[in-house]
Design a protein around this ligand. Structure first.
Ligand code: COA
Length: 322
């Protein structure tokens, strides 16, 4: 299976750190020095399926494939438009992919890599020949805008790839995992249990917004990047010098710098665009891939590693030949 097209879409509204300091007690200095984030895109009303569909149409165009020829759509998102239907079904309708099987998956910031793994298994087992894989988030509707320690980190956006069955290399290896015992470190409750038979079930201490234990996630993220890269290379003939780029989940520059130090590699090997978009969760890796593809940074045969971590806690790592 290989990637044959990429696309992305971010909302027009760009909010700089200095803009945030006008609506909350924060500063460009605090945000930049602790995260590397300078600005983020925020939805001015578009929902997750809108962003996802726009990224998808770009990926289809780049892959030169008609929406009607897509067999499978997987949307990785933690911020769906609806409980029912899946965002993927809404995307299917919006782009006219009338022959696709469509569903969402929930693996937070690792969702895109989970979706790649699922698509690979669909293709290997001959259930489909190609897939449209989208990471899309409107996190601005889920962050607590009164919690300055989380809301400054996130942004809205969508990225997409088209993959198809291929004898050529492509996805050389992929591995995903979860550590459910740490689920409380990053959470966003969906709704309260309220019905005619249950009263006073509202957990007053918790709202329906994102809550995060920043330091715990930081540690998990550094270890995940480090172990993910070491382990994926272990079973191959490649070593780190053979890898042209590492495309990490774009959460925090300091996480990436710590991981680079532990791996004793040049931080320049990591492709970074989090300064522009903040943390777009499941969308961050496909947005970066599309940016690299459009800039012509990726050459045929380049080996790249994608590595992600996030709520769950979940992680994923993949070795790709472009
Ligand atoms: N602006 C100014 N001050 C802020 C702030 C903000 N936006 N957010 C928090 N603070 C304050 C806190 O109130 C606290 O103040 P206090 O010490 O007076 O109580 C202080 O800054 C905490 O600072 P510090 O201990 O230096 O925080 P940190 O080094 O742990 O950095 C994070 C915080 C969130 C940047 C960091 O933990 C992190 O990036 N974690 C990973 C989060 C992540 O990437 N999550 C997504 C994973 S997919």
């Amino acid at each position: 299976m290989k990637i044959i097209g990429t696309g992305s879409y971010v909302p027009d509204l760009s909010i700089k750190n200095d803009d945030l300091s006008k609506i909350m007690d924060t500063s460009d200095e605090w945000i930049s020095s602790r995260t590397g984030i300078k600005k983020r895109r925020i939805s001015n009303g578009e929902n997750t399926s809108d962003l996802a569909s726009k990224a998808a149409l770009q990926a289809l165009k780049n892959a030169q494939i008609d929406a009607k020829d897509i067999d499978l759509i997987i949307v990785a998102t933690t911020s769906p438009d609806y409980f029912v239907p899946s965002t993927a079904c809404v995307v299917e309708e919006k782009i006219g992919a009338v022959n696709a099987i469509s569903f969402d998956i929930s693996a937070a910031c690792s969702g895109f890599l989970y979706a790649i793994n699922i698509a690979k298994n669909f293709i290997i087992s001959n259930q489909c020949n190609n897939a449209l894989i989208i990471g899309a988030e409107v996190l601005s509707k889920l962050v607590d805008w009164k919690d300055r320690s989380t809301c400054v980190l996130f942004g809205d956006g969508a990225g997409a790839v088209v993959v198809e069955d291929s004898k050529e290399s492509g996805i050389l290896d992929i591995t995903i995992g979860s550590e459910g015992e740490k689920w409380k470190a990053l959470k966003c409750k969906s709704c309260f249990v309220e019905n005619p038979y249950v009263t006073n079930e509202k957990e007053n201490e918790e709202n329906l917004k994102i809550h995060m234990s920043g330091k715990e996630i930081f540690k998990f993220a550094v270890n995940t990047i480090t172990n993910g890269i070491r382990n994926i290379l272990k079973d191959t003939t490649y070593n780190i010098e053979d890898i042209k780029y590492i495309v990490p989940h774009q959460a925090n520059l300091r996480i990436i710098e710590f991981a680079a130090k532990k791996l004793k590699i040049d931080p320049e090997k990591f492709y970074i665009n989090l300064d522009q978009y903040g943390n777009t969760s499941g969308a961050s890796i496909p947005i970066a891939l599309d940016e690299m593809n459009r800039k012509g940074v990726l050459k045929k045969g380049d080996k790249i590693i994608l590595v992600a971590f996030g709520g769950g806690l979940t992680w994923g790592c993949s070795l790709i030949e472009w």
